[in-house]
Every structure is written in C-alpha cells, then in structure tokens.
Design a protein around this ligand. Sequence first.
Ligand code: NAP
Ligand code: ZN
Length: 364
Amino acid sequence: MSTVTTPASEAVRPPVRSARAWAAASPTSPLAPATIDRREPLDDDVVIDILYCGVCHSDLHQVRNEWNNSMYPIVPGHEIVGRVSRVGSRVTKFREGDMAAVGCMVDSCGHCAPCGAGLEQYCTSGPTFTYSSPDPILGGPTFGGYSESITVKESFVLKVPGSLDPAATAPLLCAGITTYSPLRHWKVGPGQRVGIVGLGGLGHMGVKFARAFGAHVVLFTTSPDKVQDGLRLGAHEVVVSRDAEAMKAQAASFDFILDAVAADHDINAYLQLLRLDGTLVLVGAPEHPLPVNAFSLLLPRRNFAGSGIGGIKETQEMLDFCAGHGIVSDIELIRMERINEAYERMLRGDVRYRFVIDMASLRA
Ligand code: NAP
Ligand code: ZN
C-alpha cells in the first residue's frame, strides 16, 4: 500500500483525515490501494461516506493519460453516491444520514457568465473537476470516488431521491447528465427521429432518456449481441453499424444523433444519416481526432456539435426526472479489487451497461 502526499503549504492547509482509496501512480500503472488526505469539513462542506461509485470510460482515458492532462497519483471516480457523515456549520441543505451524490465537478469560480447561468461545467476559469484537477484547498490533485469518503462544498452536492436504488443511481451523475443535457438542449421530443451511437454507459442512458422524451429512437451498435438489449432498454430500432446495407437504409433520415463512442470510428458515416438541418452531438471523447469530410456537412446543411456533462441545477433536475419516471442505470456491481479487470472489459465493449463499485469492499 502506498501513501499519497499532497504538496500544499502546511500553513494554509486545513486539517485532514486519511482515507482508503485506489490510485494509479502513472499512465502505465494499474490501480492499486493507496491512502489519501481528505479535508475536515470547512463551514460550507459536506462529508460523504461513499457507498457506490460508477466506472466511467473517462476514468480509463484519464488513468492512462489519453487526454494528455492527467495529474498523478490519480484516484478516479465521478459517479458518487453515499451517506452524509458530517456537515460544516453553514450547511443548510444536508444533514448527517442523508443520501447524497457528487458528479464530475466539486467547484467553479461562481461568478463568470456560464456559472451565473448554472453551466458550471463551462466555467471560463475551468471548473474544479472531482479528480485529477488542481485542488485549490489542499494543493496537489483532487481525488475522486474510488475511495471511502469525500469532502465537497454543499453547492456541488446533489440530493438523491429516496425512491431511487442508490447503486443504480451512481451512473446518473455522469452517464445520466451527459446524455440528458444535450437531449434537453436540442429539444429532442415527439415527432423526431433520434439516433444513439454506442451502447455503453452513456449510450444506454441516452436510449432511455430519448425514449422517455417521446422521440423515435434508433440505436447504432457495433455489437450484434446487444440488439435485444437495445430494444429492451427502449430503442424502437437497432442498427448494427458494421452492416453497410443497414446503414445505407438510414441515410438522411435523422433530426438528431448523439454519439457516445469512446474509440476511433468513422464520424462521416453518422453525419450522412442527418437530414437537412439535423444535428450530430458528440459526447464521446476518444483519444484521437475524428476526421470530418466537408461534404458530410455541406450538402444538405448539417450541424456537428459537442456537449460536456451538465450543470448542477440540471443534474438535480435529471435526478428528479429519473425518480418521476423510474429511470436508473443497468449496472454490474463489482468489488474494488476487480477494477483493473473491469477496465479491460470496458475496452472490449463488454459492459452491461455500467460497472459500479460497491465501496463496502474497500472498507471490509
Ligand atoms: P463505454 O461504456 O465504454 O461505452 C462506449 C461504447 O462505444 C461501447 O460500449 C461500444 O458500444 C462503443 N464502441 C467502443 N469501441 C468502439 C469502436 N471502436 N467503434 C465503434 N463503437 C465502439 O464508455 P462510456 O463511459 O459510455 O463513455 C463513452 C465516451 O464518452 C468516452 O469517450 C467518455 O470519455 C466520454 N464521456 C464524455 C463526457 C462528456 O462530458 N462529453 C462525459 C462522460 C463520458 P457498442 O458495443 O454498442 O458499439
Ligand atoms: Zn464520466
């Protein structure tokens, strides 16, 4: 077991407690047990004993430094659900014993235009991400949810509706909001043909939300063995994207497509499925650039856009929508020590449809 130390000046550092976690020391190291510092609660902080943490493909990208901005040691995890164990003196919305959740961000500047509009993910100074972001309070990197506890500013903590299963709720904090937000922003609804590309953690939530919003939903998958699941999860049609004839039959027929693929793929094949003024939104964040042919966009006039997670207010709205519509993630619960194997399965597209770590396995 290694001990992770953070290099902040002791003079300004608030008191800390140590917590058990799993960390990667470098882009080529597996995740392994570590001990990290968590700050004692400041006046507006909530301390959460983590019960469940979802495993996002972004965790894998960042552990392996595929986006070239990782800070080590890295403790991933931004789909966090747990129980409040302590609160600071000025906290009003949470009490000890409440169920609470934390997503991809733990702070932002709070005064730029996007922050003012509830779009903290687009904070012009950059939000403080839940992990692998400079920690403004302790110094060093922030540490995420593959750990037994976390201390977070109240305004970045979400309420978990009581009717939702806590383990299956964890993935909503990233996979859920990342698909809900663009579907809402582009006003997906009845009368529209909507494509979802890739049936992984994000994609399966995209199918559920697009169906709940009343669209005609078509799932595109590279995996023929996911066709039945696609229909069960809410798609009206499933197209196996390796079938060239089946792809051709969908040409120029979509109002909106959400692309949630984690790896290299031909984006032009999907742009060509948009009708006039249709929009393809990329939420997948593959390591390498995706070449776009000009004529995929020009004729007929088409839009190619992107979207990043979602703001705190919209994340709470999404959780409440899920409670109202009985929506959660389809999960496979794993013990912490299975995480490296889970990453290998995620790389093979073999996730049905989100791994969630049972943090009791870390405490045992
Ligand atoms: P995931 O669970 O691994 O799912 C990705 C899916 O993409 C796979 O299940 C597979 O679906 C498909 N796929 C994988 N390799 C492919 C290939 N070579 N060609 C075509 N399809 C392939 O990943 P995730 O957690 O949903 O994340 C998806 C991506 O979104 C990641 O890049 C992640 O970093 C990114 N992300 C972005 C945001 C944001 O704010 N925009 C937030 C979270 C995550 P099929 O088997 O159905 O083909
Ligand atoms: Zn994520």
